[in-house]
Design a binder for this molecule. Structure first.
Ligand code: FE2
Length: 318
């Protein structure tokens, strides 16, 4: 069974190919805005232009021809409407031409499932951290349950906004991670409410301190404070659920310091911690292709396929 997966929820247009549990290709092209956040229409324009070339590269890398494809999976949501529509249009055209089913996939579920596959985890406590999402999740049978989450903005978004306030051209969490090396700790607002957390107070305070403290100190303190908030909330969830595995996934799970803190916390509870290889924590088509195989029963005819920009993980099922 060969599944092609189309990812287009935000800045990345990705096409991946899975044959059963084996990845055959994972190609992408990313829209990189200078000095601003993602402009949905400009990102969508990028995806339209990139679609043909990325699809061709993925098929070449996989060593398959179009008529070997058994299904076209696509990210139905959550994400930016104009970007999701490009993925839907491309996937629909492909499915209609090949006369194969389309499989709608929840983007967050795809991060979780590809992480579980590569980290060899059966039933982990999941911390899903990305630009727009910050959630502590468990999966029971086929349903996802959110135990805790951000009450305002996603942690990735918070870090990107701070990097832009510092004047970085391509503001990104990796820049804050690099600047944080060698920084000293400054106390910043720390807000955890049970297993939920908020980030805007921390962001506002850190931004006000730009110019009064060193950039390294601010980046270090922003990371230490926000990651400690996540780790505390996860520890509470781990004590409650008594899981034996902790999985971090999503773009921010690429941060080494966050993984170190979560790893130490998990060790104290005799749980195994892991995060997926970087290519799957960044947005990618391979995770959509793989998860599309797991939820093949939800396949639809291309005429009935749609998008859902606000599709929460706990509204999806496996
Ligand atoms: Fe993502």
């Amino acid at each position: 069974m060969i599944s092609v997966g189309i990812e287009s929820t935000a800045h990345t247009l990705g096409v991946g190919v899975f044959k059963d549990k084996k990845m055959l290709a994972n190609e992408k092209s990313a829209y990189k805005p200078k000095k601003q956040g993602i402009h949905p229409r400009l990102a969508a324009d990028h995806h339209v232009k990139a679609f043909g070339a990325v699809l061709e590269r993925a098929l070449d890398a996989a060593g398959i021809s179009l008529n070997e494809i058994d299904q076209v999976a696509y990210a139905r949501g959550p994400g930016l409407g104009p970007c999701l529509k490009v993925g839907l249009a491309g996937a629909s055209a492909l499915a209609a031409k090949l006369k194969v089913p389309m499989v709608p996939v929840n983007h967050c579920a795809a991060h979780v499932e590809i992480g579980a596959l590569y980290c060899r985890m059966r039933n982990p406590l999941i911390l899903y951290v990305s630009g727009g999402n910050t959630q502590i999740v468990v999966r029971e049978e086929k349903n996802y349950h959110v135990l805790g989450e951000t009450l305002d903005i996603g942690i990735g978004n918070m870090v990107d906004v701070f990097a832009r306030a510092l004047g970085e051209e391509y503001a990104h969490g990796s820049i804050v991670e690099r600047l944080a090396h060698g920084g000293k700790y400054i106390e910043l607002p720390y807000t955890v409410k049970g297993m939920n957390m908020t980030f805007t107070g921390l962001l506002t305070d850190a931004k006000k301190r730009i110019g009064k403290h060193g950039r390294e100190d601010l980046c270090f303190s922003l990371q230490e404070t926000s990651f400690a908030m996540l780790t505390e909330a996860c520890e509470r969830a781990l004590a409650l659920t008594r899981k034996k595995e902790v999985l971090a996934c999503g773009g921010v799970a690429q941060n080494k310091r966050l993984c170190e803190m979560l790893g130490l916390m998990a060790e104290e509870h005799r749980a195994r911690f892991a995060s997926a290889p970087s290519q799957f924590n960044a947005d990618n088509g391979a995770m959509i292709a793989y998860t599309g195989l797991l939820v093949r029963r939800n396949a639809v005819n291309w005429k009935k396929a749609d998008i859902n920009p606000k599709w929460r993980l706990d509204e999806a099922s496996l």
